[in-house]
Design a binder for this molecule. Structure first.
Ligand SMILES: [Zn+2]
Length: 269
């Protein structure tokens, strides 16, 4: 078991952070919603980030700078010139390198005090299961429905909260699916796996560069709130952004009894 700090806190807990850490995280510690206790939870936590591209870049940036103590960044792709318009973890001199290694290098420059594992592999099957089971929160920053459904199934199976984001053209969406909460829907309640949704990927459809920054940063915000136990999360709500008009829509989403992943009467198969 990881030492995940839970209340009540005793005064010696503050000595778990050294002077440099107290300075580094002082602007979080000043927040009533986070404070020493919340920052300790962040430092003790393990976040799994699936994808080191447009969404994974800003998401991982903020997780690392904010002091998530253990980050696993998974991506089987390499850095390409066409990525650099929006995938801010990477740079021109890293073209051709694995995104997982490039991302790890960037994140360690921001915060050398945390553990960052870069995995240049495709997370699926038993391996994905193992990675999700070891995480306190999962950020799905992938770009296809097959991966999103696989990540959701593993999160439901292991009751690990999932922060899901997507962005293409000028359209973005973000939500939280928290299987620890019986009322929270899962990703498959919203997008049934047996329905055919067209994968709309940035590579073919195009994407407005700052849109992935907005959505990825929101994924980091939700993950940090989940771990620090600060505020209220997006669980049960889907936020939709039209970046062309810069208008947000919030849609309530309910858990489905017939959801094949989390429903009380799952369909066969
Ligand atoms: Zn479900």
């Amino acid at each position: 078991m990881r030492p995940f700090l839970l209340p009540p806190f005793s005064w010696p807990d503050i000595f778990l952070m050294n002077d440099q850490q107290l300075l580094r995280y002082s602007r979080h510690i000043l927040l009533d919603e986070i404070g020493i206790e919340g920052q300790q939870r962040l430092l003790a936590a393990h976040a799994l980030v699936i994808g080191a591209g447009g969404l994974g870049s800003p998401a991982a940036f903020y997780l690392a700078s904010a002091g998530i103590g253990h980050i696993t960044l998974v991506d089987n792709d390499t850095v390409d010139l066409t990525n650099l318009q929006r995938q801010i973890l990477h740079s021109s001199e890293r073209i051709g390198q694995p995104k997982a290694a490039s991302g790890r290098e960037t994140l360690l420059k921001i915060n050398p005090e945390i553990e960052i594992i870069g995995l240049a592999e495709r997370a699926e099957g038993a391996r994905l299961d193992e990675l999700v089971r070891a995480a306190d929160v999962v950020l799905d920053c992938s770009d296809n429905f097959a991966t999103r459904h696989a990540v959701n199934r593993a999160c439901v199976a292991h009751r690990v909260p999932l922060v899901s984001g997507a962005a293409v053209r000028f359209d973005g969406q973000v939500s939280v699916f928290d299987p620890r909460n019986a009322a929270s829907p899962c990703y498959a309640c919203l997008f049934p796996p047996d329905q055919q949704f067209e994968d709309e990927q940035c590579g073919t459809m195009g994407v407005f560069a700052p849109l992935v920054g907005i959505i990825g940063a929101m994924q980091a915000a939700e993950a940090l709130k989940l771990i620090a136990q600060a505020g209220a999360t997006l669980a049960g709500r889907l936020l939709l952004l039209d970046a062309a008009s810069m208008e947000w829509n919030s849609i309530a989403i309910a858990r489905s009894d017939v959801c094949p992943v989390c429903g009380t009467h799952p369909l066969a198969g």
